[in-house]
Design a protein around this ligand. Structure first.
Ligand code: FAD
Ligand code: DLZ
Ligand code: SF4
Length: 528
């Protein structure tokens, strides 16, 4: 009888992962597996699969070099059963471990599987807390207990106090918790933009790219060029370059968008952070140090830390507090199928075409692109939440359900009726025009409110408010907007409704039975 079998999932690539605590190198076996079920439960972007498989293989090599006994199952292993349960069953039959140890997963779907394993395999199964997060699931539920609606800002303040981040005694550094008033500017025309690091291919990544091209050719997105960091040392270099070169202007331009420039002053750490190559507190402490050493101003550092200590922990806490029911709500009864241009990228709305194109190229888009362009469109067009959620989960390299779902279901779709965010993030074309240079190159006119040349975001915005009046008018935070709607004359209102329904009726729905294979092949022509 061997020792413990310790399972490490593809997004648990940390030496400090709780499933490895108290492990015995002489008797225990670590199981890692590349699984068709995980790669296809949504059609993940090719770059996302390649990134994760390469990071998994590098991590396994590191563990092996430290003397661990590793059972690493490659995708093309002829005996690979394709699923977590199948691979544990094979390992149990061959190794006969005395127990199974895992760290809690990032998706409810996988937790449901894990809960069956003890009975299925007839041996003790220990599911440990994921200590990489700064707020445990239990701590979050204590904070949320008795609250009718949750607000990130109050949670964030408690996290700042609890972890002593940007604090001066009991008071926030600089006398305020939030410096957003100094942030969120649009980008000046001639500002010099930073270079982002690109990492060379090595033997492992080259092999993985061949595998992905062969097995996932029909999945969305471009596989090449592939320049993502896939090891901890590359992830640390990525972080270091951000802190040194981009953090000082992060806050000021965090909401800005520019044609052909998807990364701007963002950190680009989400994919390496979410798969375990970086830990949140090491990022936070480096950013804090940049402030204390005078390298970066407080508005930038506080704005950045709020994303990680605030939003990231908040959405994760909310996910585990409310799942599985959370995913089923649909407060605005949004039922429209996902338009096919989310997968093909082909639309003459330039802002959408830009974000789709960059997403398909990089498996990444920054927050405002996700929220106020593709998300805003989905909200205003009343796209069915599960369909838009599957899209976000598939196309972004940093996407796992614990983080994708609250952002899409709650923040974008308002499907939870305001539990996560106090009002819908709905905006007309003028917001996109203010924060980007997309409108200048668009077939539509952002200044026109109705008619064939009018920016669709303009009439869709008012149409959304009209259609959802029953739910949204009672929201205090919407009273000014509904006041404006009340002052609108009937002719204009009728034009809005007519233009919006003509536009929405013309949307070509994506046919879920057709794999999104056309995407990468057509991507270039879609953007041309
Ligand atoms: P930066 O702008 O540099 O921010 C730093 C870090 O803060 C990010 O790396 C991330 O870890 C964290 N962060 C920032 N905003 C959020 C947020 N709203 N929720 C959680 N963490 C946040 N982020 C993911 O990591 N995975 C997802 O699947 C994901 N899906 C999203 C879906 C929608 C509809 C929206 C609106 C946002 C989503 N986000 C998601 C949040 C955000 O868009 C990304 O974290 C960010 O764009 C990643 O790029 P970056 O690392 O350069 O971030
Ligand atoms: C996303 C993903 C993919 C594409 N492939 C694998 C895999 O082959 N093996 C694995 O262990 N994990 C993979 N993952 C990440 C899992 O889907 C993730 O661990 C669960 O969604 C739980 O967060
Ligand atoms: Fe987008 Fe409207 Fe601007 Fe075109 S005019 S880029 S559709 S906001």
């Amino acid at each position: 009888m061997a020792g413990a079998l310790r399972l490490i999932l593809g997004d648990q690539l940390s030496l400090s992962i709780s499933s490895l605590k108290d492990a015995d190198k002489t008797s225990d076996t670590i199981l890692m597996a590349e699984l068709i079920e995980e790669a296809t439960y949504v059609p993940h972007h090719k770059k996302k699969i390649a990134f994760l498989f390469s990071a998994m293989r590098h991590f396994a090599e590191e563990l092996r070099s430290q003397g661990w006994r590793i059972r690493y199952v490659k995708l093309d292993d002829p005996h690979n059963s394709g699923s977590f349960t199948g691979e544990i069953a094979r390992a149990v039959a061959e190794i006969t471990p005395d127990r199974l140890i895992v760290t809690e997963p990032g998706e409810y779907r996988v937790l449901a599987l894990m809960r069956d394993w003890q009975e299925l395999f007839g041996m003790p199964v220990e599911i440990r807390d994921d200590s990489r997060f700064l707020c445990s699931i239990e701590r979050f539920s204590r904070w949320a207990d008795g609250k009718k609606a949750l607000r990130m800002e109050y949670f964030y303040r408690e996290m700042r106090r609890e972890h002593g981040v940007l604090m001066r005694g009991n008071e926030p550094e600089g006398g305020q918790w939030n410096f957003d008033a100094e942030n969120r500017e649009s980008l000046p025309d001639h500002i010099a933009l930073p270079q982002h690091p690109e990492f060379p291919l090595d033997r492992i990544t080259t092999e993985v790219l061949g595998l992905v091209e062969g097995r996932f050719a029909h999945h969305p997105g471009a596989l090449l060029p592939f320049t993502m960091p896939v090891t901890r040392s590359q992830a640390l270099e990525m972080l270091d370059r951000f802190i040194t070169e981009r953090l000082p202007l992060f806050g000021k331009y965090q909401d800005a968008m520019k044609q052909g420039e998807p990364k701007l002053f963002h950190s680009m750490v989400s994919a390496v952070l979410n798969c375990g190559l970086l830990e949140p507190m090491e990022i936070i402490r480096q950013a804090e140090h940049a402030y204390h050493s005078g390298h970066a101003p407080l508005n930038a550092v506080e704005g950045f830390i709020r994303q990680i200590l605030g939003w990231r922990e908040y959405v994760r806490g909310l996910y585990w507090l409310k799942m599985p029911e959370y995913a089923l709500s649909n407060a605005l009864d949004a039922q429209r199928p996902l338009p096919d241009f989310y997968w093909t990228g082909k639309t003459d709305m330039n802002c959408l075409a830009q974000v789709f194109g960059e997403t398909l190229e990089n498996a990444h888009a920054h927050h405002i692109q996700r929220l106020m362009v593709t998300g805003n469109f989905a909200l205003l067009a009343g796209i069915s939440p599960p369909q838009i959620e599957a899209w976000y989960l598939a196309v972004y390299a940093d996407a796992y359900e614990w983080v994708e779902l609250p952002n899409t279901h709650g923040m974008v779709c308002y499907a939870d009726g305001g539990y996560l965010a106090s009002k819908p993030y709905a905006a007309s074309g003028s917001y996109i025009d203010r924060m980007s240079d997309y409108c200048g190159a668009c077939a539509y006119d952002v200044k026109k409110k109705t008619g064939p040349k009018a920016c669709p975001f303009n009439y869709l915005y008012w149409n959304f408010l009209i259609e959802n009046e029953g739910v949204l008018r009672k929201n205090q935070r919407m009273s000014v907007i509904y006041g404006n709607l009340d002052r609108m004359d009937k002719t204009r209102r009728d034009e809005i409704i007519t233009d919006a329904s003509a536009f929405l009726e013309n949307l070509e729905p994506w046919k879920p039975n057709e794999p999104p294979s056309a995407i990468s092949a057509d991507r270039k022509s879609a953007r041309a």
